[in-house]
Design a protein around this ligand. Structure first.
Ligand SMILES: [Zn+2]
Ligand SMILES: [Zn+2]
Length: 256
């Protein structure tokens, strides 16, 4: 009986895999034993070609201990960035896999707007690795995705934040709640807005259906990209207002 991985390797020699990010065909030889397991290059293989895999760079210290912003200077310890000293953040800490740039940015775009659902596998593997890099399972007792407005959900057909966590949250036995926090007000896309306008635009957009499900819980809020943090901060404000013990934030990418 031929093993599944051998069969897959055989298929790849006839039909080389195509990179989900840049569309090039490439020769995938299977795991070669090089590098530590769980490196981004392993997690995204064979969905990403070698060049796109190399382009993925996890965010490392020194970074803002609050919002996770990586500092330009690669020297020194984590500390609070100037923006977090001025602006109230309702979440405890936000952490991301990598900088919103290059192959990671392209992968997220294709996943969200190009409806490349196959990307949910490698991207959720990166989200999982990021979670265990910064938290232990015991630190969190509820995963909450940033919700989409029903109109946006119908347009897109899926909530990308939901797909980033559902598969492995269940395996890790951490409860997941995609219903209690809801987006009750339609907001225009934030992409063209300034930092201040983003904050105004998102204010009052979220509400909690059953506060008893939130009360006393240690929540991890999940989104695909942290841009100015206005969206996750507003979600965190509402969750803490409903009695959450704390709210931390996990995103795949961090704009710098
Ligand atoms: Zn590629
Ligand atoms: Zn900060």
């Amino acid at each position: 009986m031929i093993s599944k991985s051998l069969w897959q390797a055989f298929l790849w020699t006839i039909f080389p895999p195509r990179c989900l990010v840049c569309n090039t065909y490439y020769a995938w030889q299977g795991p070669d034993g090089k590098g530590a397991p769980n490196e981004p290059s392993d997690l995204t293989a064979p969905s990403f070609c070698e060049s796109c895999r190399k382009d993925l760079a996890p965010i490392d210290s020194p970074l803002c201990s609050k919002c996770g912003l990586p500092f330009v200077s690669r020297e020194g310890e984590n500390h609070t960035c100037s923006e977090c000293l001025i602006e109230t953040k309702h979440f405890g800490r936000a952490r991301a896999f990598g900088v919103y740039d290059g192959a990671l940015m392209e992968a997220i775009h294709r996943f969200k707007y190009g409806k490349k659902s196959a990307l949910s596998h490698p991207l959720s593997a990166l989200a999982r690795e990021t979670f265990f890099r910064f938290w232990a399972a015991a630190d969190i007792d509820l995963f909450v995705p940033v919700p989409l407005h029903i109109k946006r959900l119908r347009e897109r057909g899926f909530n990308q934040s939901h797909l980033l966590i559902t598969r492995w949250a269940k395996q890790g036995q951490i409860p997941y709640d995609g219903l209690t926090l809801s987006r009750v007000r339609w907001t225009e896309p934030q992409t063209t807005l300034s930092r201040t306008d983003r904050r105004k635009n998102i204010k009052g957009a979220f509400s909690i259906r059953h506060p008893e499900k939130i009360e006393g819980r240690k929540i991890l809020l999940v989104d695909d990209v942290y841009t100015t943090g206005a969206t996750v901060n507003e979600c965190a404000r509402v969750l803490v207002g409903a009695g959450a013990k704390f709210v931390d934030v996990l995103t795949l990418a961090r704009a710098v």
